[in-house]
Ligand binder design. Structure first.
Ligand code: SF4
Length: 342
């Protein structure tokens, strides 16, 4: 059930954010995990700190170091290793940055970096080293976005990204969303967000009213990697979005020891569909510094994917993709019946 803010000046979701876990020791105690290696976890978190909402932490199994949700968020020493081919900007965001907060890679759509803030820090994040302070589209930069759109009339879709665009307050988000909605050139507004997963209370009445008010097509692309992330609260939040006419899609990253097997990914697809969401992309890992321990051998990914194709109806099979610097579209990874890259 979604809790809508009552009379307090701070909405429930922002209060919940204030109580998120930022301290490794406190999180591990909450999860009934005991370690002699706390200092090493802290060392790994020095550049990219721990951040986990209470709601998400409650879905982590207690006393289990191998829980697939915990492994996504717990800083570990592997992150400090350097590996050839791993970069600070593996998908070429800097090269495609056209003005502060605007990334234009693909025909017909631009991506707007709305904020550097997230409600959770995913250790494999390809933007973990992104220079947000130079790029976020703050209120005064909305005029720049409108100007960029006017100079590029072929752009008909704006993707709100970050960080997480739903980390903006209701009023800031409304201002940005309405200014894009009022632009005749724009046909679709897409929102890339992990908030419905990690902080389902963020789907407030106010936010729903804002999204519903638009005459544009609104697409919300969530990010879930494991069916354990999709509890009843998440399902209710997604239902609320669906009920106002939002198209719901999901993207997943293949992550070693978290979801790199067929049963986990097929149950994620079926659970997403119960939650009114279609599986959209299955990304192979973007090779960002500090994430090499999440990578899965590509032939193994192909064999998992071939099995998914056999076991799931086509509409529940996400597209297997890789994002490559400088390309005009994401690369679809083709797999034949035997799971071999073709
Ligand atoms: S929520 Fe998205 S942008 Fe934020 S840390 Fe996770 S993957 Fe990165």
């Amino acid at each position: 059930m979604i809790h809508i803010e009552k009379t307090s000046l701070i909405p429930n979701w922002q209060q919940e954010l204030q109580s998120a876990f930022t301290d490794i020791d406190t999180l591990l105690r909450f999860l009934k995990l005991d370690t002699q290696e706390l200092a090493e976890h802290y060392r790994a978190a020095s550049d990219f700190p721990l951040l986990v909402t209470r709601s998400y932490a409650e879905r982590i199994k207690k006393a289990d170091w191998n829980d697939p949700l915990l492994l996504q968020v717990l800083p570990c020493l592997d992150e400090l290793e350097t590996h050839e081919g791993y970069l600070s900007d593996p998908v070429g965001d800097a090269q495609a940055s056209k003005s502060p907060g605007i990334i234009h890679k693909y025909h017909g759509r631009i991506l707007v970096i709305t904020t550097g803030a997230c409600a959770i820090h995913c250790r494999y994040c390809f933007r973990r080293e992104f220079p947000y302070s130079d790029n976020s589209a703050n209120r005064s930069q909305i005029a720049n976005i409108q100007q960029y759109l006017a100079e590029n009339p072929d752009v008909t879709e704006v993707i709100l990204s970050g960080g997480d665009p739903l980390m903006l307050s209701d009023s800031k988000f409304q201002y940005l969303f309405e200014s894009l909605s009022n632009n005749k050139q724009i046909q679709r507004i897409r929102i890339h967000t992990r908030l419905p997963i990690v902080l389902p209370n963020r789907i407030t009445k106010h936010l729903l009213a804002t999204l519903k008010s638009s005459r544009k097509k609104v697409v919300v692309v969530i990010h879930a990697n494991h069916s354990n992330e999709l509890n009843d609260e998440v399902e209710s939040a997604l239902l609320a979005l669906k009920n106002i006419g939002v198209t719901l899609l999901n993207q997943t990253v293949v992550l070693k020891n978290i979801n790199n097997n067929t049963p986990t990914l097929t149950s994620l697809s079926t659970r997403l569909f119960e939650c009114h969401t279609l599986p959209y992309y299955l990304h192979v890992l973007d090779k960002v510094n500090g994430a090499a321990h999440f990578d899965t051998d590509i032939q193994h990914v192909h064999s998992i994917y071939a099995e998914m194709q056999k076991q799931l109806p086509g509409y529940l099979v996400p597209k297997l993709v890789r994002e490559e610097q400088g390309k005009s579209h994401k690369s679809m990874l083709q797999t034949n019946y035997w799971g071999i890259n073709i």
